[in-house]
Write a protein that binds this ligand. Sequence first.
Ligand code: MG
Length: 346
Amino acid sequence: MSLGAEFERVSLPLEDAFTISRATQEVAENVVVRVSDDEGNVGVGGAAPSAHYGETADTVEAVLPDLLDAVEEVGDPHQLERIERRMRETVERNAAARCAVSIALHDLVCKRLDVPLYRYWGLDPTESVETSYTVGIDTTETMREKTERAVEAGYSTLKVKVGTDRDEEIIRTVRDAAPDATIRVDANQAWTPREAVRKIAVLDDYDIEFVEQPIPAEDPEGLKFVRDRSALPIAADESCITLDDIPRIADRADIANLKLMKCGGLREATRMVHAARAHGLEVMLGCMIESNASIAAAAHLAPLLDYADLDGSLLLAEDPYAGVPMPNGEIDLASVDRPGTGVREE
Ligand code: MG
């Protein structure tokens, strides 16, 4: 079968500057990949590279030709397992670039078969979870305003970024502004193990759902130290990148936070979901700041999740792509009436 492929860089301004403990972002550079077959079907996928994992839009664009050649060598787009393996052999790192191709091919294959992606996987679209909406670090007053806006917009699960010298003040303010919300907290590796134990004990007074990545990924023993002393469940994000990490975090965390852009493909992500469950971990799917070219695919995994943090597109000023609707944070897979991921250009 002859396949065509093209890719394009898209700059996506954010609604508000987005700050986490280590960086501020105002624009997300994504790369959108389109793969077409000779029957006129076009699969769309996206890469949302993260500098933290060594990728930029430039590195994505640099490796995509080799990845698309690898797809061409396999030839049959339905052989997704073989294609993901071949891409991993071709480009070991660059997970976001591989992921864009994986998503585009899943979208293409489902369009060829005329089924939505969740149906291709055999999942129940009504078994979805709701996504959290993230409140980034800002002045405490602005965080209060952002929280009020999120509650007003209908979001009932908030993820609050911390890792400052005023973390308790932030959480007290957010809790005050959203008394009924489910609140989870993400420190993005900012704390030391002892600091984490101390802060988590304080956060426990504010009815927090769980704490994500309290300490640096480079300190696995520190993570165990924190988890053993934490009253709140611990989610591993920066400590949990690919399948190999699942057994490593199994006794150091309660929740595995997977991201398509970290693991490099949809098949790899589903493998991680099942491996995490086998190791007694709960499963969360997160994202980068992404357009629906990739978020739409992530949304189809919702029935397999305990927690979703798929607000990447919701944080954009404008997304050139529509995907799976998320009214009030509800991932409404059942409303997807198109084959593939449901992605379409606005
Ligand atoms: Mg995180």
